[in-house]
Design a protein around this ligand. Structure first.
Ligand SMILES: Cc1cc2nc3c(=O)[nH]c(=O)nc-3n(C[C@H](O)[C@H](O)[C@H](O)COP(=O)(O)O)c2cc1C
Length: 569
């Protein structure tokens, strides 16, 4: 027993070291970028749409945006009456989270944009629905792959009602599951070794998008994080070599692997979702289901950027609990609801390609955006994540009225304040003027940091020409060692969820945002005075007044013109 224990511990330590090494190796710095292709091989550009050829496609409904619900009501649990579970509501959930939101075109090129953002618009994240009988959709429990281009569900497997009931035992009536997987190759094609990080950011954005879309329907979304990676693979039919074993396709024509990431239980709000574990013996039954459809190959040729190695190092075993309970609530706050329609905000969200360098925002609007990133009881989308906050915000304020330009720090979990002060040895953590008492925001330095912000974000002007930009600073080495290497992607998911909130809050404030995956990691750490690896910078973000790219034509998401052509720019 002891021997076994230490072997497992050894394995975990080796994997944790592999994760720490991967993170170091994939840092961009002034001296060198992380290993990547250096140029884009357009011949092997991955198809952004996975299809399971041969699987039956169920069309979902496409709904025009509605005035209700109000945007602000979707961020607080139990504000909205639960919608009935049926074809229209399932259609709406995917339409508001993972669907196409518009097509863009220029000259002979066109490409789809989606409700969820993605690094390089490469969209590694795939969505799945696992459900029991749903009125108007199915009488038989099933596992479906979501096809965004068609806004439809591909039926990959059907199974007995008894198995569904066994799986959901203890969960509220009308529970169903949404699962996410990542096709790492899509990002690795362009970004090489650092791509694994971007896939995790994107998964985080998708988790946030699903949580907010569910809230708009009066539903709650909870990540079931005790599941292990192999169980997720069984539930989604993405186990390694599944198709090969069944002799359906030749090895060289094999489709790019999908790495299962997460399972989210969705149920009507107002009912306690106590069960966080699904019974393993029933999950194993999924291995013998009649899985239908052959995944399409996305590129003819591939380059190995080490995605399988890092994915293997972070594979999660089944655990009896995730990484700890949500943080002690900081307290609720009064936020006046604005007359903004949720679905309009969701579908108009767009990354700014350039910021105008002049728009400023009010101090109140700035504080309001930050408040939305806090974890308080029932705050959506953070109630979907079953762990306490690990991520804080180091903010470069450029153009906020009545607030000096400079470096600010938002502590998202007050219990980490002392650890943060120790890690960032600044003498002066001052409260800025007019800051609400329960917003733990501090001014660390007053200065014009536009140049520094731009330099650190790989010299991208969007980081200096907005109202503010920021780095997401995550508690790192100690929790990784405590929980195990599987925490690593979760730190990025949390950053992605925060990013999704920032994107929507920017729209609600009449501004625009852009996620920034390209930044010089250690340059940011140096600027903050961080000398060890207790914290690491995991994602950058900018918010400001956008400059529209008028060369592009916008076409409707599901209008008549949706013939894709390879994007070359
Ligand atoms: C994780 C992540 C990293 C990104 N990094 C950058 C970046 O470094 N620079 C940039 O201009 N845009 C960046 N973007 C924005 C994407 O290019 C954008 O989301 C994508 O083109 C899709 O457009 P949309 O957000 O308007 O749907 C990033 C987005 C995400 C989600």
């Amino acid at each position: 027993m002891d021997g076994q224990m230490s072997e497992t511990d050894d394995e975990s330590q080796t994997s944790t070291q592999a994760v720490l090494d991967y993170h170091q190796a994939t840092k961009h710095s002034y001296q060198r970028y992380a290993a990547g292709p250096g140029y884009l091989d357009w011949e092997s550009q991955p198809n952004p749409f996975r299809r399971y050829e041969g699987a039956r496609l169920i069309s979902l409904e496409k709904t025009p945006p509605t005035d209700e619900p109000l945007y602000d009501d979707a961020f607080v649990e139990n504000q909205l009456t639960p919608a009935p579970l049926n074809l229209p509501s399932i259609s709406q959930l995917f339409y508001d989270s993972l669907a196409i939101s518009a097509w863009k075109s220029i000259e002979n090129s066109s490409w789809a944009l989606r409700v969820n953002p993605s690094s390089g618009n490469l969209h590694p994240t795939e969505g799945y629905l696992i459900c029991g009988p749903v009125e108007g959709l199915t009488a038989t429990p099933m596992v479906c792959h979501y096809a965004p281009r068609e806004h439809g569900l591909e039926v990959r497997a059907e199974f007995e009602l008894e198995l569904w009931q066994q799986l959901c035992d203890g969960l509220p009536p009308d529970t169903f599951f949404v699962a996410l997987t990542s096709i790492h190759w899509r990002e690795a094609w362009k970004y090489g070794q650092r791509a694994y990080r971007y896939c995790q950011h994107d998964a985080g954005h998708a988790i946030g998008a699903i949580s907010i879309a569910a809230a708009g329907l009066g539903w709650q979304a909870r990540m079931l994080d005790d599941l292990g990676r192999e169980e997720l693979a069984l539930l989604t039919g993405t186990s390694d070599g599944h198709e090969l074993e069944q002799g359906r396709i030749e090895p060289e024509k094999r489709a790019e692997a999908e790495e299962p990431d997460v399972l989210i239980a969705v149920a009507p709000s107002g009912q306690e979702m106590e069960v966080t574990e699904l019974p393993g013996e029933f999950i194993r039954t999924f291995a013998s289901l009649d899985w239908r459809g052959t995944p399409n190959q996305l590129s003819d040729s591939h380059v190995d950027w080490g995605m399988d190695q890092i994915a293997a190092a972070v594979r999660k075993p089944r655990t009896s609990r995730s990484c700890g309970p949500p943080a002690d609530p900081a307290g609720t706050w009064p936020l006046d609801p604005r007359p903004l329609a949720l679905r309009e905000m969701i579908r108009q969200r767009r990354s700014a390609v350039a910021m105008d360098g002049k728009t400023s925002m009010s101090r109140e609007a700035f504080y309001r955006i930050l408040q939305r990133t806090l974890v308080v009881p029932g705050s959506i989308p953070f109630s979907t994540l079953p762990w306490k906050p690990h991520v804080h915000l180091a903010i470069f304020v450029h153009r906020v009225d009545e607030l000096p330009s400079g470096l600010y720090f938002l502590v998202r979990d007050g219990s980490q304040k002392i650890a943060l002060e120790t890690a960032f040895p600044r003498t002066d953590w001052r409260r800025p003027p007019g800051c609400p008492e329960w917003l733990e925001l501090y001014c660390l330095a007053e200065a014009d940091l536009r140049g520094a912000a731009q330099q650190i974000s790989c010299t991208q002007e969007i980081a200096s020409a907005g109202c503010f930009s920021l780095g997401m600073i995550a508690e790192y080495q100690e929790p990784l060692q405590r929980h195990g290497p599987w925490l690593y992607p979760r730190l990025f998911w949390e950053a992605g969820v925060i990013g999704q909130v920032l994107y929507l809050e920017a729209e609600a404030a009449g501004l625009s945002a852009t996620g920034i995956g390209c930044y010089f990691d250690d340059a940011m750490h140096e600027l903050l005075g961080l000398e060890d690896r207790s914290y690491q910078d995991l994602y950058h973000f900018t918010i400001g007044g956008p400059i529209e790219d008028n060369r592009l034509t916008t076409l409707p998401a599901y209008g008549p013109v949706t013939t894709p052509s390879r994007r070359r720019r």
